[in-house]
Design a protein around this ligand. Structure first.
Ligand code: GAR
Length: 206
């Protein structure tokens, strides 16, 4: 069993999509062990706790940055048995950049979802940047986390057309629907051992 931790900061709809896929048996061999938030009022905490019965922990910011903060997360992960050599960490709208120490410890075992076709529009407000730039196609990306911002090896991507009169909200909504498809799919591939990574290149076994 792969012990899974989900890190969130807000709504937690990607977390919910992953937990639903696990509960329904679409994803096997993964045990959700803890949901961690940097915000105590994250709505996703209630969903994790009330709907899925998963332990939740808040590691609040209090102005602490880098490894000083991340080491507190690592302590929670250790307490829940999410180990660097066997666990999995899914960032699901977790709005903090992880320190190199954290990423190094859990190398290729931290996955993130981002609402653009990376490497376009990394960082915050990806959907707004896509609209402002005038791209005709955007989308979402699931990738491993490395030391950079939204720059790790890409596992899955899904394109979403940008249409006339799209606003940040309408585009975000359509991208989010696709996020809910590809994130659970990526976790399933990981759990089935179908992902190999060489340098930046992710291969997926058929
Ligand atoms: C999602 O759109 C996710 O791609 C984005 O935040 C949203 C979280 O929604 N993440 C980032 O922008 C990370 N750079 P959720 O809390 O409902 O899953």
């Amino acid at each position: 069993m792969i012990r899974l931790a989900l890190l969130i900061s807000g709504r937690g709809s990607n977390m919910e999509a992953i937990l639903t896929a696990i509960r329904s048996g679409v994803i096997k061999n993964v045990k959700p062990t803890v949901v961690i938030s940097d915000k105590k009022d994250a709505i996703g905490l209630e969903i994790a706790s009330n709907k899925f019965g998963i332990p939740v922990k808040v590691v609040s910011q209090k102005g602490i940055k880098g490894w000083l903060y991340d080491s507190q997360i690592v302590t929670v992960l250790q307490n829940f048995g999410v180990d660097p050599d066997s666990g999995l960490i899914c960032l699901a709208g977790f709005m903090r950049i992880l320190s190199p120490e954290f990423v190094g410890r859990y190398r290729m075992r931290i996955i993130n979802i981002h609402p653009s076709l990376l490497p376009a529009f990394p960082g915050l407000h990806a959907q707004k940047k896509a609209i402002e730039y005038g791209v005709k196609v955007s989308g979402c990306t699931v990738h491993f986390v490395n030391d950079g911002v939204d720059s790790g090896p890409i596992i899955l991507q899904q394109a979403v057309r940008v249409v006339n009169n799209d606003t940040e909200e309408t585009l975000s909504d359509r991208i989010l629907q696709q996020e809910h498809q590809i994130y659970p799919r990526a976790v399933k591939l990981f759990a089935e051992g179908k992902i190999t990574v060489v340098d930046r290149h992710v291969s997926i076994m058929k």
